[in-house]
Design a protein around this ligand. Structure first.
Ligand SMILES: CC(C)(COP(=O)(O)OP(=O)(O)OC[C@H]1O[C@@H](n2cnc3c(N)ncnc32)[C@H](O)[C@@H]1OP(=O)(O)O)[C@@H](O)C(=O)NCCC(=O)NCCS
Length: 165
């Protein structure tokens, strides 16, 4: 699969991008609000190998797709997609900090939401965010997500967007 937007495209991550995937995910500011502290090459290799064995097809499972600069074919970030049922999916996003504040995350978010709605008819997208992750909350709010729940256990906030609106 490949989703094209203005400046970026979203597609499966290739084995050639293991070092690059590790490079930006390992940055302190990129990992700050994520489930990892460090992202060594070995971890990147395991994740990309898993994803190659389990290509995205819109069914139950968890997937990682690359966000590439369209013209350079250069990996600048990724999307995590978890599907539990046929109406709802959970989305995570990570962008190399060198590419923050240029609208690339916005472009990727719009493109994946449209694709999931049109191609697979998903109705709801959920995102878990730490309350002090201002950039992430700004991104979600700007794209019509609503804050629906705070988990006292995980200390994160659940945002939701209905895709037919
Ligand atoms: C969360 C994250 C993806 C947000 O990235 P981002 O670059 O801030 O988001 P956007 O792509 O929407 O960029 C918006 C900014 O680009 C600016 N911009 C510049 N050109 C633009 C364009 N062509 N279109 C839209 N916005 C543009 C906007 O004005 C806005 O500026 P601001 O940051 O001063 O408000 C990024 O910070 C990240 O990867 N963080 C680390 C991982 C993480 O925490 N993930 C979320 C876990 S819940």
């Amino acid at each position: 699969m490949m989703i094209e937007a203005d400046r970026i495209k979203i597609q499966a991550i290739s084995l050639q991008d293991i070092a690059r995937f590790s490079e930006y995910r390992d940055k302190e500011e990129v990992a700050e609000y994520q489930s990892w502290d460090e992202y060594p090459i070995e971890k990147a290799k395991q994740r990309i190998t898993y994803c190659i064995k389990h290509p995205f097809h819109g069914k139950r499972g968890n997937y990682q797709l690359g966000i590439y600069l369209k013209d350079e074919n250069y990996l600048i970030g990724d999307l995590f997609i978890e599907i539990d049922g046929h109406t709802t999916f959970t989305l995570g996003y990570t962008l190399d900090s060198l590419y923050w504040s240029k609208g690339y995350a916005s472009e990727a978010l719009e493109a994946i939401l449209q694709y999931m709605y049109e191609e697979y008819h998903f109705k709801i997208c959920l995102c878990h965010v730490y309350e002090d992750n201002d950039r992430s909350i700004k991104l979600l709010t700007r794209h019509g997500f609503d804050r629906i729940h705070k988990s006292w256990f995980y200390q994160d906030v659940l945002y939701r967007k209905m895709l037919n609106k």
